[in-house]
Every structure is written in structure tokens, then in C-alpha cells.
Write a protein that binds this ligand. Structure first.
Ligand SMILES: [Zn+2]
Length: 173
């Protein structure tokens, strides 16, 4: 067993036994709750934004060690990133876990410890679950988050919110 694998295992163990970012956040602007039936992992992710930046994250996992560690790594890496950078980070994680090559942006970060998961196809979903939850949370509010602080005049308009799906269906009958 080489030293790098030992180091990575220690990082994953540390995050899974004492996960970061489990504390409640002040205001929940977006959230996503995901279940991975293949393993039984559950992740509840809450996000708070400030001016287009992900300011705070809470990630609560009832999951295996890989999924819990991945959520903890996410909760440490993402806060204070602009939403666009957070999306780039999600893409970097996905490609790393699929290809087992660590992109430059993830070199020397705790996230690099997840690269080895690529060798175990049934654990890939465990590792990706928190990141998929973040992706869903970001896409659910991307418009508002990216506009906040930029187009302040839009705040006064209540007509910018899209109609609910039910309403659209009713109208199309
Ligand atoms: Zn799992």
C-alpha cells in the first residue's frame, strides 16, 4: 500500500468520523434532499447565499463513510465561493471521480482523496450524492442568487417568478 493511498484513507476516515458543516445555518435559501437506494445513503443539504456567493452550507448525512466524508469535504470547500465557481467545483469533482485523474483545481485538497472511489463503481454514487444535492440546490435558485445585488430593481417585481408547473398544466388544457 503506498503512502498516498494511506494519506487519502486517513483524510476520508477523518471526515467521515467527524463531519464538518453539520451545524444549522442562519437562513436556508435553497436545499436538496437526496437518497441513494443502492447503499441507503441520505443527504440533506442546505445553502445560504450572499450576493451571488455561497456563504454557508449545512450538510447532514445519514450515510456510509464515503458519502459522509464527501459531504464533509463539500461543506468545507464550497462556502465563500461565487456560485459560478461552486458549479465549476462540482464539475471538477465529477470528472475526477469518473476518470480518477485529479484536476489541477483539486490538487492538494481533501477532495483529491475521493479520486480512488473511481475504482469502485458501486461507491461512485455514494461519493457523488452530496455534490448532486448541491447541484440541485444551486439550480433551484440560480436566477435569484446570481441577480441578487446586481439587478436590485428586480427585487421589487413579483412577476419574475416563473409560474408553477400545475398552473401551466391547467392553462394548457
Ligand atoms: Zn454509500
Amino acid at each position: 500500500m503506498d503512502k498516498l493511498d494511506d494519506l487519502y484513507r486517513d483524510i476520508v476516515l477523518d471526515h467521515s468520523t467527524s463531519p464538518r458543516g453539520t451545524q444549522a445555518i442562519e437562513r436556508v435559501d435553497a436545499s436538496a434532499s437526496l437518497f441513494n437506494p443502492a447503499c441507503g445513503d441520505r443527504v440533506q443539504l442546505s445553502v445560504q447565499f450572499e450576493n451571488g456567493t455561497v456563504s454557508h452550507i449545512q450538510c447532514v448525512s445519514k450515510a456510509c463513510s464515503i458519502c459522509t466524508a464527501s459531504g464533509s469535504i463539500l461543506a468545507e470547500a464550497i462556502p465563500q465561493l461565487p456560485t459560478s465557481k461552486a458549479r465549476d467545483h462540482i464539475e471538477a469533482i465529477k470528472s475526477m471521480i469518473r476518470e480518477r485523474t485529479v484536476p489541477a483545481v483539486l490538487q492538494d485538497t481533501d477532495a483529491a482523496s475521493l479520486a480512488g472511489v473511481a475504482e469502485f463503481p458501486n461507491r461512485v454514487r455514494c461519493a457523488l450524492l452530496p455534490w448532486t444535492a448541491l447541484e440541485q440546490a444551486l439550480s433551484s435558485v440560480s436566477f435569484r442568487a446570481e441577480q441578487s445585488g446586481v439587478e436590485k430593481s428586480l427585487k421589487d417585481s413579483h412577476e419574475i417568478s416563473p409560474p408553477s408547473l400545475n398552473k401551466v398544466r391547467e392553462e394548457s388544457k
